[in-house]
Structure formats: C-alpha cells, structure tokens
Design a protein around this ligand. Structure first.
Ligand code: SF4
Length: 54
C-alpha cells in the first residue's frame, strides 16, 4: 500500500507544497479504457481542479 503519493499536478485541490497529495486515497485509472502499456496510459481520477482564485 502506498503511504506517500508524490504528485506534481499543482492545480489539483488535493495538491500540497512539496509535491504531496493530501487526499485520503486516490483512484488511478487507465485512460485508454484498456490495459495501460506504460505510465502515460494512466490517470488520477481523484483529481479535482483547484479554484484558480485561491
Ligand atoms: S488527487 Fe491525484 S492529481 Fe490530485 S494531488 Fe492527489 S495524486 Fe495529484
């Protein structure tokens, strides 16, 4: 089980300084709808865009 998730998607609501993810858990999916062949074929479905004004 992953204890620490490092993430550079800084415009996500759950992103925290130090490239950390503050979500209790994340859901990673294959964005092709099929078996991913490499990391580029995966996406974080937990992503929520941060309020651009905050
Ligand atoms: S929810 Fe996903 S995209 Fe958002 S900070 Fe966590 S790992 Fe990154």
């Amino acid at each position: 089980m992953a204890k620490d998730v490092l993430c550079e998607v800084s415009n996500c609501t759950f992103w925290a300084v130090g490239n950390l993810c503050s979500a209790d858990r994340i859901y990673v999916v294959s964005h092709t709808g099929e078996k991913a062949k490499n990391s580029r074929g995966t996406d974080c479905k937990t992503f929520e865009p941060a309020d651009e004004l905050s």
